[in-house]
Design a protein around this ligand. Structure first.
Ligand SMILES: Cc1cc2nc3c(=O)[nH]c(=O)nc-3n(C[C@H](O)[C@H](O)[C@H](O)COP(=O)(O)O)c2cc1C
Length: 148
């Protein structure tokens, strides 16, 4: 069993819902998934020590939600390099945030993104069964990448 940290920010609950389902998918694959909001993992020591990291931000003003930029500098110091990674988030029309997260995780932190792209989900889909299954499947695929 591997340990994953799912970190998200959510103003109106959509990305939070995605995070919960992704954590379920990781658990379906047999792993431990700690679910935390960004303010709950402020210190480098809070971030360090996991086998995989799944980061979620909704898109506001065509960007990640405030706070994630500086958080990523902390993550860099927490030794996330080379670990399994995934990025996700809810949006209405443009949905840039998960791609920005994925870009840093993949190209700067050299994380193993499990051959998956960012999970960008329109908020009207988040609340459907299809949304739930897509999030759970995303979590499960990341978990399967981690092996037993
Ligand atoms: C002020 C404001 C700006 C937004 N800007 C964008 C945007 O640039 N692109 C986009 O796709 N969605 C944008 N949205 C929509 C949110 O991303 C969407 O409502 C999302 O589901 C919110 O996720 P959350 O519930 O996790 O906070 C914006 C919403 C608000 C209120």
């Amino acid at each position: 069993m591997k340990k994953f940290l799912v970190v998200y920010v959510s103003r109106t609950g959509k990305t939070k819902q995605m995070a919960e389902w992704i954590a379920e998918g990781l658990r379906f694959a047999g792993h431990d998934a700690a679910l935390r909001t960004l303010p709950q993992v402020k210190k480098v020591e809070d971030i360090a020590g996991y086998d995989g990291y799944v980061l979620g931000s909704p898109t506001y003003h065509r960007a990640m939600i405030e706070g994630f930029n500086s958080w990523l500098f902390k993550a860099q110091r927490a030794g996330v390099q080379g670990k399994i990674g995934g990025a996700f988030g809810s949006h209405t029309h443009s949905g840039e945030a998960p791609g920005i997260l994925q870009d840093t995780m993949e190209h700067v932190f050299k994380m193993d993104m499990a051959g998956l792209g960012p999970l960008r989900m329109e908020e009207r889909v988040v609340v459907t069964d299809d949304g739930m299954h897509a999030c759970q499947q995303f979590g499960r695929a990341l978990g399967e990448r981690a092996g037993a």
